[in-house]
Structure formats: structure tokens, C-alpha cells
Design a protein around this ligand. Structure first.
Ligand SMILES: NC(=O)c1ccc[n+]([C@@H]2O[C@H](COP(=O)([O-])OP(=O)(O)OC[C@H]3O[C@@H](n4cnc5c(N)ncnc54)[C@H](O)[C@@H]3O)[C@@H](O)[C@H]2O)c1
Ligand SMILES: CC(=O)N[C@@H]1[C@@H](OP(=O)(O)OP(=O)(O)OC[C@H]2O[C@@H](n3ccc(=O)[nH]c3=O)[C@H](O)[C@@H]2O)O[C@H](CO)[C@@H](O)[C@@H]1O
Length: 433
């Protein structure tokens, strides 16, 4: 059993803190946002993730997990703070990592271990966190251990993957790495690999997500090329993947979430070599624009049209809307219609007063700032419905209600969730990416 202080109680820090507590460690969960700490102290679990409520409640009730607005001295300090991405400068914001280091320094003792779990550009552990921690007067690698251990859990399956995924750890020296190995061995059922150094571990995490992002970009480009040949790209990809060394991912309306659209850019922190990687990012970012082209092909002008977007979460069966392609699609639809109106005005043509009426539905998302409505209301009088997220619920949409409610008959199924034959037989036009 060890004492542990976890910094940041979000999607990663909270399940990690609970996992460690449920394995007998004495854990303090610290968050700089007092409302997060307060709500957890009241038993309100603010992160939406299957099984998390019961898991965190178990940890809190056992007394092994306490939440606090203060950092505690502990044998292990685990940092899981945000590392957001500045879209304009294409750089990671490392302020929260620095803040965490500054908060740890006064509590750091000889023999302690600091683990950075946040996803960061290569070099961050050594160049950013280490000097901040060394303001304590202690030296990394000799007085205290400093390690990067990237987190690879899949949202929607976090608790299982926390236990089962393999881990890659890299410390500022071998002693540091081994100190962290001892902690992760206490709950990880997968293999634990030790990287040469912290920068390598940072790099490994980034190339894992980059691999997936580039592969999805390939699938998206295959879909666009397939359209030119009248080939169903999903069928073609399925067939291609029967080859023992081919594994093409699935096309879709874009790549969302907190990681894949961001992490590949982190590789450009101190390198000018991003070429394929940045092209792939741009292909994935262009996919909402392709959905707009598909709508225009069938509907002509989008001005005055009512379009229902089903699925606002960034992927199926989760409620997280961070970097959601659906939200990009909604914004780009607005822009596309504004452009149409401007072009009409410039050309002296008359314009209708209306813009575009976009209706959003999602059974998982609870974000009050989004104007989410019920399924039937969203498709009512819609000229087209776009299925933008592969929630299980969308596989069984009520055809009769759609027939009665919709004004048009166009369905753009970006995730191939519908049975095309069934819907086509009922008179719908189904377009898939
Ligand atoms: N969400 C994922 O799927 C995922 C997966 C793997 C890795 N990561 C990485 O893990 C890190 C955390 O991501 P997340 O999704 O858990 O973020 P999050 O936004 O869900 O949670 C972060 C928490 O940290 C708190 N915080 C901010 N600054 C702090 C500080 N100085 N001290 C203590 N608490 C602080 C915030 O208030 C927030 O509650 C990021 O680097 C992310 O890229 C995320
Ligand atoms: C390497 C890897 O597996 N990393 C995972 C990833 O988690 P995630 O939830 O962000 O990942 P995905 O499920 O891939 O979804 C992302 C977006 O890609 C779209 N998509 C997906 C597959 C496809 O074939 N075609 C697509 O278009 C999908 O709809 C969604 O918008 O990053 C986390 C943080 O670092 C990791 O911890 C976690 O291991």
C-alpha cells in the first residue's frame, strides 16, 4: 500500500484515483476546480462513463479515496491535468502541467515519485515538469523519481482498459522507471514496458494516436475515391481487410474526441517533419465539408432547409462532445448557407429570409448549452436527416415515424448504421460515406 496524490479529477484522473484506492492504496484526489471537488465530496460523479459512478462510490465509501482542494504529500504524485491544444498556434498548452509541478514542489520529499500521465509533446517531462519540480531543491533521478506513463484508455471502456491495457513507462533514469513500475504493477493486468527515457514514452503515446488518425484519414480518402468509381467503400474495406496484413479503419464524418484530432499535432512541437501526418489531419477535418456536399447534391441549395443531425457526441454510445464532428458540421452548415446568401446578394438575386434550420438530437449528451431535442421533434418536417454518430439506438430508428414526420426523404448515413435495403424499400434515399 502506498500514499498517492492524483492531480486532476477528470476523465483520466478520477478513474485512476478510484482504481488505485480500490486496490488498497491511500489516495487523495486533488483538483484545482473547487466545484469538482465539492460535487465529488457530495457523492455526485461528474464524469459520464459506464460503471464509473459505482466504482468511484466504492472508493469513496471505503475511505481509501478522499477528495481535496489541497495537495497532499505522498509517496506517488500522479499528474492527469489537461493539456489542451491551441488550434491557431497548433501548440499544446502546458500551463496546467507547470501548475501541477509548482503545486507538488513544496510537498516533494526525498524518495517520492512523480508520474506525468497527461498526453504531452515529446520532451515535456524533462523540459517543463522537471525544472518546475526541482524548484523544491531536490534533483530528479537522484532525490526523487520522475516518470512519464501515458494513459491509453478508450472512453466508453475506461475501467476495463485501465486494468487490461499494456503500459509504457519511461523515467528520467532507470531508478525512476522502476519506482513507477512498482506502482502500476499493483493494478495493471497487461504487460508493462519500460522505455529508454521519458521522451520516448511521450513519443510512443503520440504515435499510437497518430497511427489511428492517419489510418482513418486513409479510410476517408478511400471513401472519396470510391465514390468516384461508384464503389461502396465500406464493402471494399471489409473485403480488403480479409488480407492478413491489411487493417483499414472506417470512414466517417470526421475524427473527434479529446485525443485523435489533437495528439498528432503534438509531434510537431519540435519538428518540422510533419507531412503525411498533417495531411491526414486535414483530410479528417474536411469530412464535415464532404457531408455538406452530399446534402447539396440531393437538395440543391441548403437555404431555408431543415436538417436533423442525429448524434452530437464525438463517437457512438458516449456523451462526450469534445471536438465532435457533428458540431463542426452544424457550424459549417451555417457558414455554407451564409455564403449562399452572400453570393445571392452579390449577384443581385433575391434571397429568402430564412437561414438553415439545424435540429440536434442525442440520447447520451447532457450538455445544457446545446439545444438538444427529442428524436421525433428533430426529424419533424426535416428535408434531410444526417446520422452523424453510431449510437446503438440509431440502428433501430422507427421508419414509420420518419415517413410520417419528415418533409423529405434523404438520409445521409455517415456511419453506415442503417439497413440500406430496408430504408430504400420504404422510399428513402440513403447516402453513405
Ligand atoms: N479523456 C481521454 O480519453 C484521455 C485518454 C488518454 C489521455 N488523456 C490525457 O489525459 C489528460 C487529462 O485529460 P482528461 O480528459 O482527464 O481531462 P479533463 O478535462 O476531463 O480533466 C482534467 C481535470 O484537471 C483539473 N485541473 C486543471 N488544472 C489542474 C491543476 N493544476 N491541478 C489539479 N487539477 C487540475 C481540471 O479542473 C479537470 O477537472 C490530458 O493530457 C489528455 O490528453 C485523455
Ligand atoms: C490509439 C487509440 O485507439 N486511441 C484511443 C483514442 O480514444 P478515442 O475515443 O478518441 O478514439 P476512437 O474510438 O478511435 O474515436 C476517435 C474518433 O475517430 C472516429 N473513428 C474511429 C474509428 C474509425 O475507424 N473511424 C472513425 O472515424 C470516431 O468516430 C471518433 O470521432 O484516444 C484516447 C486518448 O488518447 C486513447 O486513450 C484511446 O486508446
Amino acid at each position: 500500500m502506498s500514499t498517492i496524490c492524483v492531480h486532476g479529477l477528470g476523465y483520466i484522473g478520477l478513474p485512476t484515483a478510484a482504481m488505485l484506492a480500490n486496490h488498497g492504496h491511500q489516495v487523495t484526489g486533488y483538483d484545482s476546480d473547487e466545484t469538482v471537488v465539492q460535487s465529488l465530496a457530495n457523492g455526485d460523479i461528474h464524469i459520464d462513463e459506464p460503471g464509473l459512478r459505482a466504482f468511484v462510490t466504492q472508493a469513496l465509501e471505503s475511505g481509501h479515496l478522499t477528495v481535496s482542494t489541497e495537495v497532499e504529500a505522498a509517496k506517488y504524485q500522479i499528474v492527469a491535468v489537461p493539456t489542451p491544444f491551441d488550434d491557431e498556434t497548433k501548440e499544446a498548452t502546458l500551463d496546467y502541467v507547470k501548475e501541477a509541478g509548482e503545486a507538488i514542489a513544496p510537498h516533494l520529499r526525498e524518495g517520492d515519485t512523480v508520474v506525468l500521465e497527461s498526453t504531452v509533446p515529446p520532451g515535456t517531462t524533462v523540459e517543463v515538469l522537471q525544472p518546475t519540480l526541482e524548484k523544491s531543491g531536490l534533483t530528479a533521478g537522484t532525490d526523487f523519481a520522475l516518470v512519464h506513463c501515458p494513459e491509453t484508455v478508450l472512453p466508453g471502456d475506461i475501467i476495463t482498459e485501465l486494468r487490461q491495457n499494456d503500459r509504457v513507462l519511461g523515467g528520467v533514469n532507470g531508478v525512476s522507471t522502476q519506482a513507477a513500475v512498482r506502482l502500476y504493477e499493483s493494478f495493471v493486468e497487461g504487460d508493462i514496458y519500460t522505455a529508454e527515457n521519458a521522451t520516448t514514452a511521450e513519443f510512443v503515446k503520440l504515435i499510437q494516436n497518430t497511427f489511428r488518425d492517419v489510418n482513418i484519414a486513409l479510410a476517408n480518402e478511400i471513401a472519396l475515391v470510391g465514390e468516384d468509381y461508384g464503389v461502396d467503400s465500406r464493402e471494399a474495406i471489409e473485403m480488403a481487410n480479409t488480407h492478413p496484413r491489411v487493417n483499414i479503419h472506417q470512414p466517417g464524418p470526421g475524427v473527434g474526441g479529446h485525443c485523435l484530432p489533437i495528439d498528432p499535432w503534438f509531434l510537431g512541437y519540435d519538428s518540422e517533419q510533419l507531412d503525411l501526418i498533417s495531411t491526414a489531419r486535414n483530410i479528417n477535418d474536411s469530412m464535415p465539408g464532404h457531408v455538406i456536399e452530399m446534402l447539396r447534391e440531393e437538395l440543391g441549395s441548403l437555404e431555408g432547409k431543415r436538417i436533423a443531425l442525429l448524434g452530437v457526441a464525438y463517437k457512438g454510445n458516449v456523451g462526450d462532445t469534445r471536438q465532435s464532428p457533428t458540431l463542426d458540421l452544424a457550424a459549417e452548415l451555417q457558414e455554407a448557407v451564409a455564403d449562399e446568401q452572400k453570393a445571392a446578394a452579390d449577384g443581385g438575386r433575391s434571397q429568402s429570409a430564412g437561414g438553415i434550420d439545424i435540429r440536434l438530437h442525442d440520447p447520451y449528451v447532457e450538455d445544457q448549452t446545446l439545444d438538444l431535442i427529442g428524436l421525433e421533434e428533430s426529424v419533424s418536417d426535416a428535408d434531410a436527416v444526417v446520422i452523424a454518430t453510431d449510437h446503438d439506438e440509431y440502428e433501430e430508428l422507427p421508419i414509420d415515424r420518419f415517413e410520417e414526420q419528415m418533409a423529405g426523404s434523404l438520409l445521409v448515413d455517415t456511419k453506415a448504421v442503417l439497413d440500406v435495403d430496408v430504408w430504400t424499400k420504404e422510399g428513402f434515399t440513403v447516402e453513405r460515406i
